[in-house]
Design a protein around this ligand. Sequence first.
Ligand SMILES: [Zn+2]
Length: 317
Amino acid sequence: MKAAILYAPHDFRIENVSNGEIDEEECLIRVHACGVCHSEIHQWDQKIIDLNYPRHIGHEVSGEIIKTGKKVKGFNKGDRVAVWTDGKGYAEEVKARTERIFPIAEGIAYEQAMAEPIACSTNAVLRANPSLADTVALVGTGFMGLIILQELRLLGLKKIIAIDIRDEMLKLARALGADITINPQKEDTLAIIKDLTNNKGVDVAFEVGGVQPTLDLTAEICRMEGKLVIFGYHPGPRQIKDLGYWNWMAFNIINAHFRDIAVILNGARVGMELLNAGKIKMERLITNIYPLEKIEEAFKAAKDKPEGFVKSVVVME
Ligand SMILES: [Zn+2]
């Protein structure tokens, strides 16, 4: 089968590789789509010392079951499914055990059914556990922020504030349920937040952007004793600007990063149920679709974020 292997930064090569036989508890899935994850951009863009190349990455997979192992129950050939894999997703086929496979409801396109990012955002909301009357801010409303936003909306909070430097993302955030949007490059974010919160700051502040300015801004807008949720992926040398301030403000710091596979799978199960029930809408979030041969372009778009970009997905033809 064909697969895209990352040999070095900016050097994906399409190769023929073998997947081997499935064992009796696995399914073989013909991949239809694999999302390009923000967490993969770093290793594609520059050599990461601790990582071995060549690498076969890709973990946001969806497709159709084409073979089931003897002991597999509950899934059949022909089922449309989302899969959480630990890599090897940019390929025509993947193998997976059933606990990592989630049904996709009719009417939901493969490229919209990305179990892994949906798992991460769902787990972040579950762990942050906002209260009904909370004012919540999202600092960064790209793909992940816009999923979190929709899940927060389901909780019926007092106010959801979307903050982003791309106006088109703020427009989308408003369409998906944000009450207020702020562009920090054009507006005085702190003044607006103070005005909205009686000078206190927000009850829950999600840092989603994964860069130093979003981290700093999240701390600036969170109220004393508020929940400061670190969701963004931070591969670079980020710093807490003023730990004394974080300490004094008695922030309830929540690391919304998940490594425990059981937790990830539970998030995927809950999130996929919301997607299948039509409670999370992905149509407007999947903006850039590329065939496997153009995977370099998919990554380039994910890094450069051209006009209108929200998410890149690689599809098999
Ligand atoms: Zn991912």
